[in-house]
Design a protein around this ligand. Structure first.
Ligand SMILES: [Ca+2]
Length: 650
């Protein structure tokens, strides 16, 4: 039976105590137990300490013991033993079984090909490269969806988004669109933050959330980060969108807005055009027709303006815990504020254990890069933005170094989905590079939408410089963090992620993922099969989006590729061997692949088995939930709808 099932922490299951002597004054010794053991538990785990111990107590998060004089020698012996056994050059003392601090760094829309450690030579990312050099780099790390909301829901819960209702049946609402919408991550989902919070971790989310806010009334905050296991939240509950830039091209419902605007303009012009023949007495035009056109023009204009005229004010806000503190957010300062709060969080909780999920606003458009980094890269504004992201990662790593937390902190770096091929600013491409992989953000099945960077660093546990090519998923974080943090996995639901520690530590050569399912909204587009008895990774596409002529595997006309409707259904499915053909450019057939029928048969059986595990659940991204609702709109300062404040310390 695994530790997860029994609920035992790794420290309790070992014969040796997991603790560190950090100071010894007179007869008093401070022991920092990595797993926050209570004094009575410490005695149980470390019975050989018992003879000389006269008093144990808890102060400031540490266990203090007072020893009999006869135990001084024992204290000295233990101290020296630990020095030789576990000391590094900075004098930190750790055991393999310490519960680490956890720092999760997630970029937004960063392409897997944008980093030096993944082969990029035009953008400089020394700090992220350092993480890869000092840790383990995953080259087949996969998001569960190619867009923000479903991918992040799966990341936090370890489950495919269809299981939590965080997948959309509608092409228009694949992400949460309005902060005043009613859909969001359901309260009954278990996030890794909730799990670690129950195990004594101090948990903080700083940056982008994008998983909903309220359900029935403005203040209920049913889907707020503080309702999902985070003790602290500072950030943008929706994220940085194109609409948040004062001078950038709007992003949400871009083409619907264009249609509404054009229709309004045409209807507004009609009354004037009709007046001409009437006044010139060319032919009779009834006044009622002129008035009806004017009325319709006003209705269209008002619907356009009421929907999108306040977009920046309503969607782009900064919150501290439950309070809106800046509305609209000053987009040029937002990223700097997030970094400041992240460093302050580390400083506040450095005695640990803590979980910091730093969910960067970078490198989603609008590409807002501050002075020093403008023109910094060889790859234009996008490259500059990536280099600023890397600099911020460096600041976090430096804080861990400064506080001597590096060796006892598990750091993870990833992106929520692949680079967006359709992103444009000032007529130029503004999205990331997905390396050799087809497609990008929004394409549900193609590799470029879901293959993302994945780096783990934990110096005392993981081998530096290891590269693993096995299929792994962002959903693996929940069981992995549960393992290292001593949490207990929920037993009442399907968890799709796998504990990565055996693979990361090199104890097993293969990932536990045999099949991975790639959804686009609620629609299954492709399946990956890592054949058990060999290294071949097959991928079958049942559905692919119809793409634009002007760009490879992108959907420039609609801004994002469709999951249904404007798609191609493949029967037989498009089959690729991505272990030999990672760019999915040479589809196999019975003529050139003898295993063709066997592979597709095996995958079809896996799909049937997988679908049998999906139970109906309320769709959080339904059209009704996606609609903006004035009574749910977070608002500060002036009365609704003229919300606004720039308060606090920002
Ligand atoms: Ca994203």
């Amino acid at each position: 039976m695994s530790d997860h099932v029994t609920g035992r922490t790794p420290a309790q299951s070992l014969p040796l105590p997991a603790w560190v002597i950090v100071q010894s004054t007179g007869l008093t010794v401070q022991l920092v137990t990595a797993d926050n053991l209570a004094p009575s538990q410490l005695l149980r785990v470390s019975p050989h300490l018992h003879p000389g111990v006269t008093r144990l107590s808890r102060r400031a998060g540490s266990t203090w013991i007072r020893l009999e004089p006869v135990s001084r020698c024992l204290t000295l012996w233990l101290y020296l033993s630990l020095c030789f056994a576990f000391a590094d050059t900075r004098g930190e003392f750790l055991t393999r079984n310490s519960r680490p601090n956890i720092v999760l760094l997630m970029a937004d829309d960063l392409g897997v090909g944008d980093l030096g450690c993944y082969g990029n030579s035009s953008i400089s990312t020394p700090n992220i490269d350092r993480l890869a050099r000092e840790g383990v780099m995953l080259t087949q790390h996969l998001a569960a969806a190619s867009m923000c909301t479903p991918s992040r829901a799966a990341f936090l819960t370890g489950r495919y988004p269809v299981r939590s209702g965080m997948a959309s049946p509608n092409n228009m609402y694949r992400d949460i669109t309005w902060l005043g919408g009613s859909g969001g991550l359901p309260s009954n989902e278990t996030t890794f933050a909730k799990m670690l919070q129950h195990r004594g971790y101090r948990t903080g989310l700083i940056g982008k959330w994008h998983l909903g806010m309220s359900c029935a009334s403005r203040g209920d905050h049913c889907a707020h980060p503080l309702n999902h296991g985070f003790d602290f939240f500072y950030g943008m509950p929706l994220g940085l969108l194109g609409d948040c830039g004062a001078r950038t091209w709007p992003e949400v419902h871009r083409w619907l807005r264009v249609q509404l605007w054009v229709t309004s303009a045409v209807l507004a012009a009609l009354p004037f055009l009709l007046l001409v023949p009437r006044l010139a007495r060319w032919f009779p035009v009834p006044w009622t027709l002129v008035a009806a056109c004017g009325f319709l023009a006003a209705v269209f204009f008002l619907s356009w303006f009421s929907s999108y005229g306040f977009m920046r004010r309503w969607n782009c806000v900064i919150m501290r815990d439950h309070d809106v503190i800046q509305q609209p957010a000053e987009e040029t300062r937002a990223a700097g504020l997030m970094l400041r709060e992240a460093l302050a969080f580390i400083d506040r909780h450095k005695r640990g254990p803590f979980l910091l999920f730093l969910s960067f606003l970078h490198v989603h458009t609008p590409l807002i890069t501050r002075g020093h980094f403008v023109g910094h890269s060889k790859f234009g504004p996008y490259g500059d933005n990536v280099e600023e992201l890397d600099w911020m990662v460096g600041k976090v790593l430096a804080a861990l170094d400064r506080e001597r937390l590096t060796n006892q902190t598990l750091v993870y770096f990833t992106s929520d989905n692949g680079g967006r091929l359709e992103a444009q600013e000032d007529g130029a491409r503004a999205g990331g590079w997905n390396g050799v992989y087809r497609g990008g953000s929004g394409t549900g099945g193609w590799e470029g939408g879901v293959r993302v960077p994945g780096i783990f660093r934990w110096p005392t546990v993981l081998e530096a410089g290891l590269v693993i090519e096995e299929p792994t998923s962002l959903m693996d974080l929940l069981p992995t963090l549960s393992h290292v943090g001593g949490g207990i996995l929920p037993q009442d639901r399907v968890i799709d992620g796998q504990n990565l520690m055996p693979l990361l530590e090199g104890r097993v050569p293969r990932s536990d993922h045999e099949f991975l399912f790639h959804y686009c909204g609620v629609f299954l587009h492709s399946v990956r099969w890592h054949q058990k008895d060999c290294n071949t990774v097959w991928k079958a596409h049942y559905v692919t989006p119809k793409v634009s002529r002007e760009g490879p595997d992108a959907c420039h006309s609609s801004g994002v590729c469709a999951c249904s409707g404007h798609v191609t259904h493949h029967d037989p499915p498009l089959l690729f061997d991505i272990s030999r053909d990672p760019s999915e450019s040479h589809p196999l057939s019975p003529d050139n692949e003898v295993l063709f029928d066997m592979v597709l048969g095996k995958m079809a059986a896996a799909v049937r088995e997988h679908r049998a595990t999906i139970t109906p659940t309320p769709r959080q991204l339904s059209t009704f939930n996606a609609l903006w609702k004035p009574w749910l709109q977070p608002c500060c300062g002036a009365a609704f709808p003229l919300c606004g404040c720039s308060g606090e310390d920002v």
